[in-house]
Design a binder for this molecule. Structure first.
Ligand SMILES: Nc1ncnc2c1ncn2[C@@H]1O[C@H](COP(=O)(O)OP(=O)(O)OP(=O)(O)O)[C@@H](O)[C@H]1O
Ligand SMILES: [Mg+2]
Length: 422
């Protein structure tokens, strides 16, 4: 098959996901209808990121550079700017609702300006950095869910502005790291926003769905309803913790524990597990002539399940905290590399008492190696970059918006972005 090459003169988008276990990059060309043509992907092991936070600038910078260079080579192009995902803890989401009296006439562009201007005052980032401020649905005289209010008659016009903010320091570190790798940062996007784009259907987001991204060091629980992300919570636990438990329980190296988990591990059990034997290598450097020992698959799975039980309970608590329940709380989607664990959907369905499916990036043309749930966020970042969603991408520069008094610029851009959508 001929490898796709960039169309001359066309805008390209590059996504960069800096995770705790891997750094991945994707270069794509958005088509007329916003659909993406993948031109190149790249990946490097991540060694300087812990639980989503950058702990070693230099190592992370190298991994970023190499992952992007690999994607560039495959795409036969050079890129300058990237959309970066931010998935560490400290993300908070809130909805600012504002209302304006129109007095029965038709809604004019100035009304929207004024409304969003009022919205600005009600966005209280509490010293956090605003990553997204997205005007969601309008309400006209109590009628909710109006997408385009311009030109309609109303007494009262209201809008919900959905705001996602993060602790400034980790975002600044991420920004700095990417810039040190000689890349421009077009936007820093909250990972759940990206992941939700890539693996949830529009209908799911409308009707209500929970997305749980199980990464290596972070598990992000987010809830979507009415078409937008309405709540999120980051848990500082992930697939790496399962691996570490296995390594500790059987006195083996992490790479070996990782291999055992991925090849033999399962979240569900079967009576046969007591008879399935797994060879395991002892830690190198231990006594000469130490024989490889053997454990049963049941032993392995009981270590995995102990951690998983913990994690699932935390997820259940987070969902409750986020108000995910009742008629709109039926579907849970698991994604992220951790969701590759055998049997995890069945297991989670049993514990959470809700329908659970695994979410993969819904994009054709992905290379086999990058089409699994570990790449949902990466693909979502590219889809976000290509979309015309009215978001404050331009307002992301960490030098701005950090202090509350600087947030004026955001709304100006919000208004511009929003107006241009009509
Ligand atoms: N087949 C598998 N079975 C079990 N776990 C798996 C499997 N494949 C990958 N994983 C786990 O998925 C995790 C990596 O997931 P992912 O690539 O989404 O993380 P990341 O983006 O690097 O990290 P984070 O988002 O937490 O910062 C690792 O802990 C890995 O062990
Ligand atoms: Mg990740």
């Amino acid at each position: 098959m001929k490898r796709p090459t960039p169309t001359p003169g066309r805008r390209l988008v590059t996504a960069l996901d800096v995770g705790s276990s891997k750094v991945s990059a994707l270069i794509a060309e958005p088509g007329e209808a916003g659909e993406l043509r993948i031109l190149g992907t790249g990946q490097r092991q991540s060694q300087g990121v812990r639980r989503g936070f950058i702990a070693d600038m230099e190592r992370t910078e190298v991994a970023i550079r190499e992952a992007v260079e690999q994607a560039e080579r495959i795409a036969a192009t050079n890129i300058e700017d990237v959309f970066v995902g931010f998935s560490a803890g400290g993300l908070v989401s809130s909805v600012a609702s504002v209302e304006l009296q129109i007095g029965g006439r038709r809604v004019e562009p100035q009304d929207i300006d004024q409304l969003l201007g009022v919205g600005r005052q009600s966005i209280d980032a509490e010293g956090r950095m605003i990553l997204h401020a997205l005007p969601a649905l309008y309400t006209l005289d109590g009628l909710q869910g109006v997408k385009k209010p311009l030109g309609l008659h109303a007494d009262r016009l209201a809008v919900d502005i959905h705001v996602i903010a993060a602790e400034p320091s980790p975002v600044r570190n991420l920004d700095l790291c990417v810039r040190s790798a000689h890349l421009g940062v077009q936007a820093i996007v909250a990972s759940p926003v990206a992941a939700g784009k890539a693996c949830l259907s529009e209908e799911e987001r409308e009707l209500g769905v929970a997305l749980v991204e199980l990464g290596a060091g972070v598990t992000n629980v987010s809830v979507f309803a009415g078409g937008m992300l309405v709540g999120l919570k980051s848990l500082g636990v992930g697939g790496m913790d399962i691996t570490d438990d296995i390594a500790a329980a059987f006195g083996t190296r992490r790479v070996e524990a990782e291999r055992m988990k991925c090849f033999y591990g399962s979240a569900t059990t079967s009576p046969r597990d007591n008879h399935d034997m797994i060879e395991l290598k002892p830690i190198a450097g231990s006594e000469e002539g130490t024989e490889a020992s053997r454990i049963t698959r049941a032993q392995l799975n009981s270590v995995i399940r102990a951690r998983l039980e913990h994690l699932t309970n935390e997820i259940a608590a987070a969902l409750k905290e986020l108000g995910f329940g009742g008629p709109f709380g039926r579907q849970v989607v698991l994604t992220g590399g951790g969701s590759e664990l055998k049997g995890i959907a069945d297991y989670a369905q049993g514990v959470l008492g809700r329908a659970v499916r695994i979410g993969r990036p819904n994009l054709r043309g992905l290379p086999e190696a990058h089409s699994g749930p570990a790449f949902t966020t990466l693909v979502g970042l590219a889809q976000f970059a290509a979309s015309d969603e009215l978001d404050l991408r331009a307002a992301v520069s960490p030098e701005m918006n950090v202090q509350k008094q600087n947030s004026g610029g955001i709304v100006q851009r919000l208004i511009t972005a929003f107006r241009s959508g009509f």
